[in-house]
Design a protein around this ligand. Structure first.
Ligand code: C2E
Ligand code: MG
Ligand code: MG
Length: 574
């Protein structure tokens, strides 16, 4: 029976798929089984008498082996996973267990190693780990790894009283480039941008991609705040260098927010929030720049989020109303047009300016509902005034660029809505800004075209404050040009602004547009603009934006006077 058992043991030893090695107490190999040869490539002759460390790959450090031998000496057995090297030099992962056979006096006699090849599983695990921690496009750490790294770095910085800087970086015009050149070009751009960012920092600093065109940097071991600011400047400079996409050259800029530990926050969440606020400030201050976090940013952000919250209920709660400001015909003095300007009566904070809340409503998405309400309200008002004031009375409403992205507010639908109310499509004028034309997507172009085709007129608001590319003026079908009040404000006989206004008026007329001057506050301004051929004027000189009833009274009186003058003096109103 003993012989039978020995034979069976030998059979197991010979045919096992697990590699086995029998060693002396120090790990010198006495014998191996065929699976050992299959896995490692070494035959018995090649390894007999050699130490098992012959298989070491170098992937584990000396501490690892110290621990292994220590455990073996203490407990007699060790179990774990490690990387070894085959005879052909390639690495493989194995799950290994080592047991000790003891002499009668308790000293180790021999050791038996049993292992199986787990390379596939390991590679797979590594792949999954990489996918979970790295961004596949740029190869940079992703959001998850960044968070882990930031938490760790922060803990270390706290323990060692070191400083740390957290930078948020957002590419400014990426979406535009992605839209015009396609996604492959966009990907290439992001990869190049990632490399450039990486080249600006040291090995020990982290550059991660949070997603989209957002990057973040964790900078440790710096002593002077100016160094961090210099770095931010440098990042912006590197990104400003031309990008080559196929045969074309494109330019990018970036906005960077800086926050420092411990000055600007003590924990991860605070630092993240503040870095984001600083970046947001950089964007709002004109992009292509960096900003350091300040407590005022935190206050402003708090206020914005309160306003955003209150905006959600303001509409249903009836807190909005429309004020109307006359747009006066400068030749005849008649008021047959008005601009509708939204007013918000907040239950606690009182009047909040549209200049404050419209950008927040745009960001929060509430602008869509607000815009629809403005349109509906103005449409009802214009219907009333076409009866009581003038059959061709027109109201202008301001339309946010965001509303052009809402398919529910497509151009033709606006026209249909007016027709259903038995109004001519000329009753409402839409005021848009240059920003819309600058970033105009195909959908926006289509939208504007539909409006024009349906007979809804469009006015270009605040002309002269944006980029004022003259090509927009004939590329898009515009009916009115509104000269911004910043040109009207300092208008006097010899001013350069007068030359600009005159030139604008001539150009607009040549292109078939009427001109409205905004912000007329003095009689002199009115006279100068009228003589320059400006068609319409709007401003405090005539009236401030008024509640509907007051507007109607004013317009009635004004128009009666204009009629009288008109009869007596012909066309002139002087
Ligand atoms: P805007 O469309 O350029 O409107 C003209 C602004 O100039 C109004 O400010 C008006 O009150 C002001 N204004 C008129 N005449 C004078 C003047 O003689 N002197 C001075 N200093 N200012 C004058 P308001 O009502 O505060 O509106 C500010 C901006 O908010 C508007 O500029 C417009 O861009 C936006 N906005 C107003 N209502 C709406 C709306 O219903 N929807 C959207 N999307 N934006 C709106
Ligand atoms: Mg306007
Ligand atoms: Mg304006």
């Amino acid at each position: 029976r003993a012989e039978e058992e020995l034979r069976r043991a030998a059979l197991v030893y010979q045919t096992s798929s697990e590699g086995m090695a029998v060693m002396n107490a120090q790990g010198d190999i006495i014998t191996i089984n065929p699976a050992f040869t299959r896995i490692t490539g070494y035959t018995l002759d090649e390894v007999k008498g050699h130490n098992i460390s012959l298989l070491n790959s170098g992937r584990q450090g000396p501490e690892f082996y110290d621990g292994l031998w220590h455990t073996l000496d203490q407990k007699g057995r060790w179990q774990g996973e490690l990387w070894n090297r085959r005879k052909d030099g390639s690495l493989y992962a194995e799950a290994l267990s080592i047991n000790t056979i003891f002499n009668t006096d308790g000293t180790p006699h021999q050791r038996v190693a049993l292992f199986s090849d787990i390379t596939q599983r390991k590679t797979h695990e590594e792949l999954i780990w990489n996918q979970a921690n790295y961004d596949s496009l740029t190869g940079l750490p992703n959001r998850r790894m960044f968070r882990e790294h930031l938490d760790q770095s922060l803990a270390t910085a706290r323990d060692t009283e070191q400083r740390l800087a957290l930078l948020f970086l957002d590419l400014d015009r990426f979406k535009e480039i992605n839209d015009t050149h396609g996604h492959d070009a966009g990907d290439l751009l992001l990869q190049t941008a990632a490399q450039r960012l990486r080249s600006c920092v040291r090995e020990s600093d982290m550059v991660a991609r949070l997603g989209g065109d957002e990057f973040t940097l964790v900078i440790t071991h710096w002593h002077d705040e100016h160094r961090v600011e210099e770095l931010a400047q440098n990042l912006i400079k590197r990104l400003a260098e031309p990008f080559h996409i196929g045969k074309e050259t494109e330019y990018l800029s970036a906005s960077v927010g800086i926050t420092l530990f411990p000055q600007d926050g003590g924990d991860t969440e605070t630092l993240l929030k503040h870095a984001d606020q600083a970046m947001y400030a950089a964007k709002r201050l004109g992009r292509n720049r960096w900003e350091r976090f300040t407590p005022a940013m935190q206050e402003a952000a708090l206020m914005r989020s309160r306003i955003a919250r209150d905006l959600r209920t303001a509409l249903a709660d009836g807190q909005f109303w429309l004020a109307y400001q006359p747009i006066v015909n400068l030749r005849t003095g008649h008021i047959h047009k008005a601009e509708a300007l939204i007013r918000w009566q907040h239950p606690i904070h009182g009047h909040i300016s549209p200049a404050t809340f419209i950008p927040i409503a745009e960001e929060a998405g509430t602008i869509q509902d607000i815009g629809r309400w403005v349109f509906e309200t103005a449409a009802h008002q214009v219907k009333a005034w076409q009866t009581s004031l003038h059959p061709d009375f027109q109201i202008s409403v301001n339309k946010s660029p965001l509303q052009f992205r809402d398919t529910a507010q497509r151009g033709e639908l606006w026209a249909q809505r007016l027709e259903r109310m038995d109004l001519s499509t000329h009753s409402i004028v839409l005021e848009i800004t240059e920003g819309l034309l600058m970033d105009a997507s195909d959908a926006t172009r289509e939208h504007l075209h539909q409006l024009h085709a349906a007979g809804v007129q469009v006015a270009l608001d605040d002309f002269g404050t944006g980029y004022s590319a003259l090509s927009y003026l004939h590329e898009f079908e515009l009916d009115y040009l509104k000269i911004d009040q910043s040109f009207v404000r300092h208008l006097h006989g010899a001013s350069k602004d007068l030359a600009l206004c005159k030139a604008t008026i001539v150009m607009a007329h040549e292109l078939g547009m009427k001109v409205v001057a905004e912000g007329i506050e003095t009689e002199e301004q009115r006279q100068l603009l009228r003589h320059a051929g400006c068609d319409y004027g709007q401003g405090y000189l005539f009236a401030r934006p008024l509640p509907a009833a007051e507007f109607q009274a004013l317009a009635l009186a004004h128009n009666r006077l204009a009629d009288l003058r008109h009869h007596r003096l012909g066309v002139s109103t002087d």
